[in-house]
Design a protein around this ligand. Structure first.
Ligand SMILES: Cc1cc2nc3c(=O)[nH]c(=O)nc-3n(C[C@H](O)[C@H](O)[C@H](O)COP(=O)(O)OP(=O)(O)OC[C@H]3O[C@@H](n4cnc5c(N)ncnc54)[C@H](O)[C@@H]3O)c2cc1C
Length: 272
């Protein structure tokens, strides 16, 4: 197998954190397999989190009504995106796998990582009207969310106070990663390391190191293919697809559940 390239997008302020340990483990294990690993250490880079007109070099097309998606598309075509964005897009273009390593903030990624998503995954470069979801631009690439929580696992279960983690993951895994075409690997969740005893934290990191050995060969999560939706009818599920699933116990995915229970663990395990 040809040597693979991995991009690790990392958001933690402290080199003594559990996130730093998870990042270091990934770099070490993947490099030992012969992978080339690039790390975008967002806080160290002071990565700009806001999507503004300053992301474009030179004049924008319409400064009275600045529209980020359209303007960045034109700038991308003309090679006029700011150098920090261009550099991240270069890394992304070259990579086979992207690992997002972060502590969960307010049920999602920290603002600095959301800024990376907003500014790097620009229209034209990362998605277009024609190229998205299963036809997405990055369909040959894999991506994985690897994150820590403050909450215990039970709090993010179907009966837990935070609601089902499968639902929490849907906007990130479907709305961003799969939208851009990535094959999304099951998330790596480190539950509440700050509240865990030292030996449990060591076991969590050991589990991650073991998983990393075979990560690049893992099957991705399942998402409903684009051709199940009717573009002429507002991208709703085609009637024949609804009919086919009428007698099934669960809906198709977390987001498209046909009035049925959500498929358990659809966003947590491959093959569900
Ligand atoms: C703004 C904000 C919003 C938040 N929102 C949420 C939310 O919505 N949901 C939620 O669940 N949580 C939330 N949290 C909590 C947050 O997710 C956790 O604090 C974070 O995930 C813990 O990860 P850490 O890397 O910062 O842990 P740390 O506190 O850095 O580390 C935990 C422990 O691991 C130890 N450690 C470091 N390296 C190693 C190593 N190599 N081996 C073993 N142990 C090691 C550390 O010394 C420490 O004792 C939020 C926090 C903030 C600040």
């Amino acid at each position: 197998m040809a040597a693979k390239k991995v991009l690790l997008v990392y958001a933690h302020q402290s080199s003594g954190s559990f996130n730093a340990a998870a990042k270091d483990a990934a770099v070490e294990v993947l490099a030992a397999q012969g992978c080339t690993v690039e790390v975008s250490d967002l806080y160290a880079m002071k990565f700009k989190a806001t999507a503004t007109a300053e992301d474009i070099i030179g004049e924008v097309k319409n400064c009275d009504h600045f529209r980020y998606a359209e303007e960045t598309k034109l700038a991308w075509e003309a090679g006029k995106l700011s150098t920090d964005i261009t550099e991240e897009q270069r890394k992304l273009t070259e990579t086979d796998l992207v690992i997002f390593q972060f502590p969960m903030y307010w049920f999602t990624v920290p603002a600095i990582m959301k800024g990376w998503i907003d500014r790097v995954l620009t229209l034209g470069f990362a998605f277009s009207q024609e190229k998205r979801y299963s036809q997405g631009i990055f369909k040959e690439k894999k991506a994985i969310l690897s994150f820590t929580t403050g909450s215990q696992e039970s709090m993010f279960s179907a009966n837990g106070i935070n609601g089902d983690m499968n639902v929490t993951l849907w906007p990130l895994q479907n709305g961003i990663l799969h939208y851009c075409g990535f094959q999304v690997l099951a998330p790596q969740i480190f539950w509440a390391p700050s509240h865990a005893p030292a030996e449990v934290r060591s076991t969590m990191l050991e589990g991650w190191r073991t998983r990393l050995q075979g990560l690049l060969g893992e099957e991705p999560l399942s998402f409903t293919p684009l051709d199940c939706f009717d573009g002429e009818k507002g991208f709703q599920l085609k009637p024949e697809v609804c009919e086919k699933h009428a007698t099934k116990e669960f809906g198709l995915t977390v987001g498209i559940h046909l009035g049925k229970p959500l498929p358990p663990n659809n966003q947590m395990k491959a093959g569900v």
